[in-house]
Ligand binder design. Sequence first.
Ligand code: HEC
Ligand code: HEC
Length: 234
Amino acid sequence: MKHIAKVLTLSAISLALGACSTGLDKSRNLGNPAVSGNTLAQQVCSICHGEVGSNVNGNSVNPTFPNLAGQQKDYLVAEMTEFHEHTRKDPAAQDMMWGIARNFTPKQIEELATYYSKQPTRANPNPVNPALAAEGAKIFNEGNLDKGVPACMGCHGSNAEGNGPIPRLAGQHQDYLYKQLMAFNSDEMVEEKENNNAKDDDLERPHGVAMEGIAHGLDDHQKHAVAAYLQTLK
Ligand code: HEC
Ligand code: HEC
């Protein structure tokens, strides 16, 4: 009886680990440097950033999880490296991405970035308020010159397609974009408070210096508006 119980427990464990025991090409093992980036993308990342086995990999429906499909490769490398090194530390990054990126090797980061930068994008299926998006279009194309905010398109591209280390924003979830604008905004406030002597350690996105003053120069409504507009772009 005791023996049977043991066998049953063991088989339950091997069922739970099933994905790992069927070989490296199906591995979910984030601690094994031999697992390729493509396998991790399909077996692990797609749980949040897309759907396994579907043609919408890297295009998530849930706005908590940013789209990665068609993102600039250099930007993806930079963010994954920042999660791995704990430099990007907005709360959701700490909660969700630090653990996942803990054992990333430079080779896996390179493969993951290549994989996602090549996934086809699609129109964001979630609704936006059209009047709000129209206000956002003006900010994106013209900036908010009263507050010294330059046009977003000047860096992110006329269709928000991004360029190298500057991220693609087109079709990204408005909630995620708004949350990041708040992260850059809080970095600016930390720096102001500390009389511009803030250490990088204090900032949520220390490599987002280009965005700090910009986020600070948009009020809450304007942040929501530009985020809504960006979600409508394809
Ligand atoms: C448990 C859910 C979850 C899983 C699994 C997951 N992520 Fe994430 N990921 C998130 C969340 C949430 C964010 C947004 C963090 C934030 O708001 O700062 C994110 C952000 C990112 C970003 C930054 C996107 C941007 O626009 O800045 C990249 C790159 C990324 N993840 C890559 C990956 C890769 C590669 C994997 C698989 C190895 C993976 N993620 C697995 C939840 C997840
Ligand atoms: C001077 C160039 C520049 C301008 C102008 C600019 N950005 Fe950015 N933006 C960047 C860079 C560089 C990053 C990447 C920051 C990082 O690596 O943390 C970024 C990142 C972002 C992100 C985070 C995206 C993500 O996936 O996490 C958002 C949102 C954003 N910008 C929105 C805007 C909006 C809205 C405007 C206009 C009001 C704007 N940007 C204008 C350079 C710029």
